[in-house]
Design a protein around this ligand. Structure first.
Ligand SMILES: [Zn+2]
Ligand SMILES: [Zn+2]
Ligand SMILES: [Zn+2]
Length: 121
């Protein structure tokens, strides 16, 4: 199942995982995702759609990115973390750390809004 997630290049729902690897049994996909999530191998992206989406964690892929989540259709797109954005985020984080006495080890950014298909019906 990790191969399916690695090959997709985008976060997948459980029905999509089953479509891409019909050899998997639905019950074992559910079970495996729970185990893989607890082991820090799989990251769950919660949307307001019927199904959550799953992808390999950044620890595993080494590919830091943000998410664009469509609040209408539940589509999730990976957004590359460009340098200018990362620098601005790190400056903002430094202020939060000073105010809260918090030591940051990473960040996750999910932008919520409307995807291209939902903006232009
Ligand atoms: Zn949409
Ligand atoms: Zn992602
Ligand atoms: Zn980032």
């Amino acid at each position: 199942m990790c191969e399916v997630l690695a090959g997709a290049g985008r976060p997948l729902t459980i029905p999509e995982i089953l479509d891409l690897d019909p050899a998997l049994a639905q019950s074992s996909v559910y079970r495996n995702l729970v185990v893989l999530e607890q082991a820090g191998i799989v990251h769950r992206i919660v949307t307001n759609a019927e199904f959550a989406r799953f992808e390999l964690t950044e620890d595993l892929t080494g590919h830091h990115h943000h998410h664009l989540i469509c609040s209408r259709c539940g589509a999730v797109e990976d957004a590359p973390a460009v340098d200018a954005v990362e620098q601005a985020v790190h400056r903002a984080i430094a202020e939060v750390e000073r105010a809260a006495g918090f030591r940051t080890t990473g960040h996750r950014i999910d932008l919520v809004g409307l995807c291209r298909a939902c903006v232009e019906p």
